[in-house]
Design a binder for this molecule. Structure first.
Ligand code: GTP
Ligand code: MG
Length: 248
């Protein structure tokens, strides 16, 4: 296993330096994908590249969405020979110290998708938590399993080989719909899932680019498509679930 770190960033210039510094302990190369941020975030990224020789930044000329930024990052990581990426967000919501737990889980199961299972504090907005519960339920339905404990958490360790194969064959959402779609499609392919509990913080002054109208519309459309996709795959998914139960 040859991992690197990956951060997609769109207009999170005020937090990215702190996040980069907090990752130094991991002693891994970091790829940042700048998803068309404006001049202030870009200038911060230029300084980061000068100050930390283990950081590379790739730029999208215009904003394309978090999913598109992640795909650019996966391809950049694969080009450089990495087999796994540990990805996290630029807004300092994730606990950088937990990177080691994601790596340990991936080392134990290099074939698995390692997903962050968020532990939220009281500061997390209620509306976000309810929306999340709905997403979890829809993904359980789409996979006919409870394997994915949270399909939306941006902190995960991704095995690149099956992901890049999938991306070559299936067009996927390019925004906030990408991460749940990837999790479901990997489960459909039989990729095992490991969940790692991790604290996720909401800073009251934090900047979120989650678009409560368009991203929710995209998620609703995604879950409709995934539920239909599940119907065609139901016999196979149920057989696999029964085989897993027999092994336990
Ligand atoms: N929303 C959004 N985020 C992007 C985009 N491109 C890259 N990102 C990055 O994706 C990560 C998640 O973005 P956030 O805006 O915090 O979205 P979120 O974490 O799902 O939403 P919150 O739970 O409200 O924080 C951050 O690192 C962003 O900088 C984009 O086009 N839109
Ligand atoms: Mg966020």
């Amino acid at each position: 296993m040859n991992p690197c770190l990956l951060i997609p960033i769109y207009e999170h210039g005020s937090t990215i330096r702190r996040v980069v510094e907090s990752l130094a302990y991991a002693d891994l190369p970091l790829v940042i994908v700048n998803d068309g941020s404006g001049p202030a975030t870009r200038a911060t990224l230029d300084r980061i590249v000068k100050d930390f020789d283990w950081v590379e930044v790739r730029h999208h000329a215009v904003n394309q969405g978090k999913g598109a930024a992640l795909v650019t990052g996966y391809r950049a990581a694969a080009e450089r020979g990495f087999t796994h990426v540990v990805q996290l967000d630029a807004d300092a919501q994730h606990e950088s110290a937990d990177v080691r737990h994601f790596l340990a889980a991936a080392q134990a199961r290099p074939d698995a998708l390692v997903l962050g299972q968020p532990i939220f504090g009281d500061e997390a907005p209620r509306s976000r938590l309810y929306g999340r519960k709905l997403s979890v339920g829809m993904v359980w339905l789409a996979t006919l399993s409870l394997e994915v404990r949270d399909p939306l958490c941006g902190f995960r360790c991704v095995p690149l080989a099956p992901v890049l194969r999938l991306l070559d064959h299936v067009p996927m959402g390019r925004h906030m719909d990408f991460e749940p779609e990837l999790a479901v499609r990997l489960v459909w392919l039989g990729v095992p899932v490991v969940n790692v509990a991790t604290r996720v913080r909401y800073d009251p002054l934090g900047v979120s680019h989650f678009d409560v109208i368009w991203d929710d519309v995209r998620l609703a459309w995604l879950y409709t498509r995934l539920t239909l996709g599940m119907l065609a795959r139901a016999p196979g998914l149920l057989r696999r679930r029964a085989a897993r139960r027999r092994r336990l």
